[in-house]
Design a protein around this ligand. Structure first.
Ligand code: PSU
Ligand code: MN
Length: 298
């Protein structure tokens, strides 16, 4: 694995660093918006005094701190694969380029010594998982990865209740940001309550210090709702998602194709409105992750 010099220096100087995933721009968002969003996230962090570390696999090399050109290359590559943790050895040995999921990114970020990570919405338990066993590797990997993850809950295409149960079973520390309503990715409120909240970045940083001093092995998830004025209309959300799930069933799609399929389908059915929400969710999470990284460094 390669760690970019800027990231290595920031870590050595104990300056704030935030890890960013690459599946969001290789598989989650359509071109050309994908690369614009990825680069803007980096610019926003730098403007806030935080070193961004976008993580992905470039022609077989797991890279922590992709350059602008490398982000453009991954974002335009038609053969780019989706790299969860189990796919890392394949991508490396077979010299493939890959967008790393939350699972793949969290693993590489923690190995590089990065403490804070931002995504849009975590993976979780898919609907129908009682039959298919389809649960994102994001959850078990976070259970064994000491990182703080900012996410707008789990993606609303999932079984949110089951995902919350699995977060509990897997001993992933979970707090809302200024709320005890669990966010629903496209929606500020998924309809589920959680037990605890933090009210500012300093309190989130306190959780990291407590976790580390106790030796608790897994991740802390800070569930950050999209501001209500940016959320998708709940009625439109429910209707479009119902149609997308039915279409996925009819086409027999599952496994690692399920998440990109559903996100794309919802984006098209909402004529891009869900895409704007997805981007707003992500920017909101990147900003909070930056503030937490600063609190942790300061
Ligand atoms: N958040 C987004 N868009 C995405 C993802 C997250 O706003 O595309 C990606 C993340 O990389 C996450 C993955 O890890 O979706 C989950 O896929 P799966 O359910 O196959 O594990
Ligand atoms: Mn899956």
């Amino acid at each position: 694995m390669v760690i970019a010099e800027a990231v290595r220096e920031a870590l050595a100087d104990r300056r704030p660093v935030v890890a960013l995933e690459s599946t969001i721009f290789t598989h989650g968002l359509p071109r050309p918006r994908n690369v614009e969003v990825a680069l803007k996230a980096e610019d926003d962090l730098r403007a806030a005094g935080v070193e961004p570390a976008t993580i992905g696999v470039l022609r077989g090399v797991p890279t922590v701190g992709l350059t602008v050109d490398q982000i453009r290359e991954l974002g335009a590559d038609d053969d780019v694969i989706k790299v969860s943790l189990r796919d890392l050895p394949i991508a490396a040995a077979q010299r493939r380029s890959g967008g790393t999921t939350v699972a793949g990114t969290a693993f590489l970020a923690a190995r590089a010594g990065i403490a804070v990570f931002a995504t849009g919405g975590l993976g979780g338990v898919h609907r129908g998982a009682a039959e298919t066993f389809d649960e994102s590797a994001d959850l078990p990997v976070l259970a064994q990865t000491p990182i703080l993850m900012v996410s707008a809950g789990v993606k609303s295409i999932l079984d949110v209740g089951a995902s919350l149960e699995r977060l509990e079973t897997l001993s992933i520390t979970l707090v809302g940001y200024r709320t005890t309503r669990f966010p629903g990715f496209y929606l500020a409120d998924s309809g589920f309550a959680i037990d605890y909240a933090v009210d500012d970045p300093r309190q989130a940083a306190d959780l990291v210090r407590a976790r580390d001093s106790l030796g608790v092995p897994g991740a802390i998830v800070v569930a950050n709702p999209v501001p209500a004025e940016h959320q998708l209309d709940p009625a439109e959300h429910d209707r479009v998602l119902g149609e997308a799930l039915a279409a996925m069933d009819a086409e027999g799609i599952g496994g690692h194709d399920a998440t990109p399929y559903l996100l794309d389908r919802v984006q098209r059915a909402t004529e891009g409105r869900s895409l704007d929400v997805n981007v707003a969710v992500y920017e909101n999470n990147v900003a909070l992750a930056g503030a937490i990284a600063r609190a942790l460094a300061g």
